[in-house]
Design a protein around this ligand. Sequence first.
Ligand code: ZN
Length: 116
Amino acid sequence: MTSDNTPAETAPAAEAPAPTSEPKMFDLQALVNAKTWARNDELPDLKGSKNSNRCIVCNRPMRDDEVTWVHMSTGGDLFPIALGNYDDVNSQGCFPVGNSCKKKIPAAYRDDTLFD
Ligand SMILES: [Zn+2]
């Protein structure tokens, strides 16, 4: 008597989920207050600042060492930093955010060391 040697059924290889083409964005414009922006526009740039950065959320001048960088789309939303694609067709590039405003932006959407 020979045993029935039917090969065990092989499970089909699990398909990896297709990567989503649309990254989850952060709505930066919701943080921007036009009145605050206009008021801070009157503030002079800080003395001794190398490049006179102003926060894109509140428009306050800030020192270079307080800058956090965010990656903005053409629509004004933020790309997740983990995306790492700074050449995205919808990218406007990276912009500075100051110390107090960065607390309103989830860590996944800011890069404290981009230009360090
Ligand atoms: Zn700010």
